[in-house]
Design a binder for this molecule. Structure first.
Ligand code: ZN
Ligand code: ZN
Length: 145
């Protein structure tokens, strides 16, 4: 386990602390993450360690049977993707003051990446099918991340 670090949204209304499992970030290329973030979702796995400050104006969107997306209701910042049981939380790397402390190690839903961009980093890449094998409750929830 890494150390406890703090993150915040664009307007500062939401602040939180989380403990990264590793000092690594992964990118998700799925269509839902791209639409949600306006880019790709660059995220750090934090187990179930995310703790929001009291009265943080968070909203949540349950975009699929198994996942939930947490954002700031005031400024719209992308904050946390998590399974609905809260056991697997991934935090937007851009909420942290220094995203450079995380090594870019993986890309998921690589088969959903549009052909008009590509990252040059050497990473471990996984397809949609490989990810659902790892996380999705079976048999439902296979349509969207
Ligand atoms: Zn905000
Ligand atoms: Zn995604």
């Amino acid at each position: 386990m890494g150390q406890r670090i703090e993150g915040r949204c664009l307007c500062g209304g939401v602040t939180f602390a989380a403990t990264p499992e590793k000092m690594e970030m992964g990118v998700c290329h799925c269509g839902m993450c791209r639409r949600w973030t306006g880019g790709t979702f660059m995220a750090v796995s934090c187990g179930e360690s995310v703790e929001f400050a009291p009265w943080s104006p968070t909203g949540s969107y349950r975009g699929s049977a198994w996942a939930e997306r947490i954002f700031c209701r005031q400024c719209g910042s992308t904050l946390v993707w998590q399974t609905q049981d809260g056991k697997h939380q991934t935090v937007s790397v851009q909420t942290f003051d220094d995203p450079t402390v995380f090594k870019f190690t993986s890309q998921i839903f690589i088969d959903r990446k549009p052909d008009n961009y590509e990252f040059a980093n050497e990473t471990r890449n996984m397809t949609e099918a490989e990810i659902f094998e790892m996380f999705a409750p079976k048999p439902e929830g296979r349509k969207n991340a």
